[in-house]
Write a protein that binds this ligand. Structure first.
Ligand SMILES: C[S@@+](CC[C@H](N)C(=O)[O-])C[C@H]1O[C@@H](n2cnc3c(N)ncnc32)[C@H](O)[C@@H]1O
Length: 308
């Protein structure tokens, strides 16, 4: 696939991400969510002692990242794979230890903005939402084939949607639904008028929930993060950028489990891992002003102790 020239994605919290990697040792760095390779090029430019293995499940991202990283030669390897396969792919390339990783979760700007990718409630397109366009299940499959109860569950679990029952019944009454525009209209008409008057699009939470279901986003996150944490070598740093509370909860719990492993109450930590910094870092007001998509970002970090 040749890359579309207009692939534009501003890397979120690029400065704080690079700062957090300041003390990372040399070695192999994993970018689990390459996108347009914005974070990866920043890491490669800052750290000449680092090689990157980058992963993405979106063929369009792979095409653009491959082109943008060509100038770095064998310092950058690009893999068309889901990040829960990263450990296997790395092992195939003889890598069993890494100096750091970044997961920048969620969707890229082109995925949201290009109508033909079918993620957008603002631009009409086919009801698709697959990051991996070879993936078997699209948003149309979820919307048209799931039972009403299954749709309610998706909307509540992944979108915290209070009007899940009304929306699911409206979807059921209007099936089959073919486009994002049709779905956005059905949802907007299903919610109470008071919700329609609130700021933000009435379909935003439902679209997020369906996208998460289509791409198995939350189901694979915990195991994939655990696997990357276990690959960190001494002093290695793991960073994750999340964009909604469901993702952030999983990331916090995985990291806490690693940091508190084997601890006994009142005794010094026996874990191999420590928090890189406490809590989550958030973007500056300037960044949110410049790039509204950074607004909900939360950065968390973990480090493997040097002398474990
Ligand atoms: C927010 S964008 C990353 C942007 C990137 N950091 C940059 O600076 O250009 C998230 C990317 O992760 C990819 N992605 C999401 N879930 C994935 C998964 N499970 N495995 C591999 N890639 C995934 C998406 O296709 C998307 O390209």
């Amino acid at each position: 696939m040749s890359p579309r020239s207009e692939f534009e994605h501003e890397p979120v919290m690029a400065g704080p991400t690079l700062d957090a990697l300041e003390d990372m040792p040399a070695g192999v760095f994993v970018d689990a969510t390459l996108g347009g390779a914005g974070h990866t090029t920043a890491v490669l430019d800052r750290r000449s002692d680092v090689h990157v293995h980058g992963f993405d499940q979106d063929p369009e991202a792979i095409a653009v990242a491959t082109e943008r990283l060509a100038a770095y030669g064998d310092r950058a390897r690009v893999h068309y794979a889901r990040f829960d396969d990263a450990a296997t792919v790395l092992a195939d390339h003889g890598v069993d230890q890494i100096c750091g990783f970044l997961m920048d979760l969620g969707v890229s700007s082109p995925q949201l903005d290009w109508a033909d990718r079918g993620f957008s409630y603002q631009h009409d397109g086919p009801l698709d939402m697959r990051m991996d366009t070879e993936h078997h299940r699209s948003a149309a499959d979820v919307v048209n084939n799931y039972s009403v109860d299954e749709i309610i569950d998706v909307l509540r679990s992944y979108g915290d949607e209070r009007n899940a029952v009304r929306i699911a019944k409206a979807i059921d009454a209007n099936r089959p639904i073919a486009t994002t525009g049709e779905l956005a209209t059905i949802i907007t008409e299903a919610v109470p008028a008071a919700v329609r008057r609130q700021p933000g699009h009435a379909a935003k939470k439902s679209f997020q929930a369906i996208r998460i279901e289509v791409n198995d986003e939350l189901a694979i996150l915990g195991p994939a993060l655990d696997a990357l944490i276990s690959l960190l070598g001494p002093g290695g740093i793991g960073l994750v950028l999340t964009y909604h509370s469901g993702e952030d909860r999983i990331v916090k719990n995985c990291m806490r489990t690693a940091v508190e492993a084997d601890d006994l109450p009142g005794m010094p930590s026996r874990s191999d891992y420590e928090w890189l910094f406490r809590g989550a870092r958030t973007p500056s007001a300037d960044e949110v002003e410049r790039n509204s998509r950074s607004k909900s970002a939360r950065l968390r970090g973990i480090r493997r102790k040097v002398a474990a």
